[in-house]
Design a binder for this molecule. Structure first.
Ligand SMILES: [Zn+2]
Ligand SMILES: [Zn+2]
Length: 364
């Protein structure tokens, strides 16, 4: 039997361990993917610090790989394109089609996420930080066109798909809109990219450190606000108003997860404007914010997390044909499987925008 290596989470704050696993025969109806590139997501770093994260676990939920074996039942991807071993794919568990959220056209509540499943039970290989990943029966598969790089394919499922979902829900970007993005991490960069694709005239990114803001400017941000220069909520709001003629932005996108971000965003939104809230995943409990701003400024607020299949499909298509800026530069750090812990450190120091693992080395 073949074996392969994977980086394994073995407990909170302990270094990930490189371990050997058997590559078991794939499940009937399943597929075996040889990994090419997996992102170290903020969610992984967060999970790494939590005692509640089940161990052992192979992280890696933003992945691009090559079909090594595929069950005969799986003839095509979700777009009806013929699939063969050797094809590059992005993948997830298929929606169940039977739960309430499936019934109302929302993302399935029963879907298991690769990269968030225990590795001590067969088939073990359930995350992108391994050389192979075993997909369960009838996986959701999308072929990556040959002219799309691994970097672009991966970025289509980092922030960009969620932003597509959020922007769709809030009614689109209006042509020449002024947009403020709160946060300059990977989600903020997805917001910048999707706002520009949607037709924004100006995108202002507020965040830190300067290296991330410089990257944002190189990818189309018209102005940036360094929170080191504007360290208080009041200073940031004042700066945002100054940059928007005293009125505020047509659309504000919260992608920072900051404690005071929600109130700041309401203050940065113009009369009749819209506010898309993505970064507030951590449950801080009730925070103080002034709801009178919603009423008096007639603000439309929309929350969102993750994305559905149609957003992933469009996100990849946009990366292929519509994004003419060098978004590949967002992938700033690349690591071999054995060096995954260095990648976590680079992420924590905010040195990396997106750090990736290449479980099988640099693709030939
Ligand atoms: Zn993630
Ligand atoms: Zn479902």
């Amino acid at each position: 039997m073949d074996t392969c290596k994977a980086a394994v989470f073995v407990g909170a704050n302990r270094p990930l361990e490189t371990q050997e696993f058997p590559v078991l025969p794939m499940e009937r109806g399943g597929a075996l993917v040889r990994m090419q590139m997996a992102a170290i997501c903020g969610t992984d770093v967060h999970a790494w610090h939590l005692d509640a994260t089940p161990a052992p676990m192979i992280f890696g939920h933003e992945n691009v790989g090559v079909l090594a074996e595929v069950s005969p039942e799986i003839e095509t991807d979700v777009l009806g394109q013929r699939l063969r071993p050797g094809d590059r794919v992005i993948f997830r568990d298929a929606p169940c089609g039977r739960c309430f959220r499936c019934a109302v056209g929302e993302s399935c509540e029963r879907t298991r996420s690769y990269g968030m499943l225990r590795s001590d039970e067969p088939p073990h290989l359930r995350g992108g930080f391994g050389q192979y990943i075993q997909l369960s029966a009838t996986p959701w598969l999308l072929r990556v066109p040959d002219d799309v790089s691994n970097e672009r394919a991966l970025l289509s499922v980092i922030g960009n798909h969620t932003l597509l979902n959020g922007i769709e829900r809030i009614g689109g970007v209006n042509l020449a809109d002024t947009v403020i993005v709160q946060g300059s991490g990977p989600i903020g960069m997805g917001a910048l990219n999707q706002a520009l694709l949607g037709g924004a005239g100006r995108v202002i990114v507020a965040g830190a450190p300067e290296s991330r803001l410089a990257l944002a400017r190189s990818l189309g941000a018209s102005e940036t606000v360094d929170i080191a220069d504007y360290p208080t909520p009041e200073a940031r709001v004042e700066r945002a108003l100054e940059l928007t003629g005293g009125r505020g932005a047509d659309l504000v996108i919260e992608a920072s997860g900051g404690l005071t971000a929600f109130q700041e965003g309401l203050e940065m939104t113009r009369f009749g404007g819209r506010y898309l809230v993505i970064g507030q995943w951590t449950d801080y409990g009730p925070l103080s914010a002034n709801p009178a701003l919603l009423t008096r400024k007639v603000i439309r607020v929309q929350g969102v997390f993750s994305a559905g299949p149609r957003h992933i499909i469009r996100s990849l298509q946009a990366m292929r044909g519509l994004v003419d800026r060098p978004v590949e530069n967002l992938i700033t750090h690349r690591y071999a499987l054995e060096d995954v812990n260095e990648g976590f450190e680079a992420h924590e120091r905010l040195e990396a925008m997106v750090a990736v693992i290449l479980p099988n080395g640099e693709p030939a």
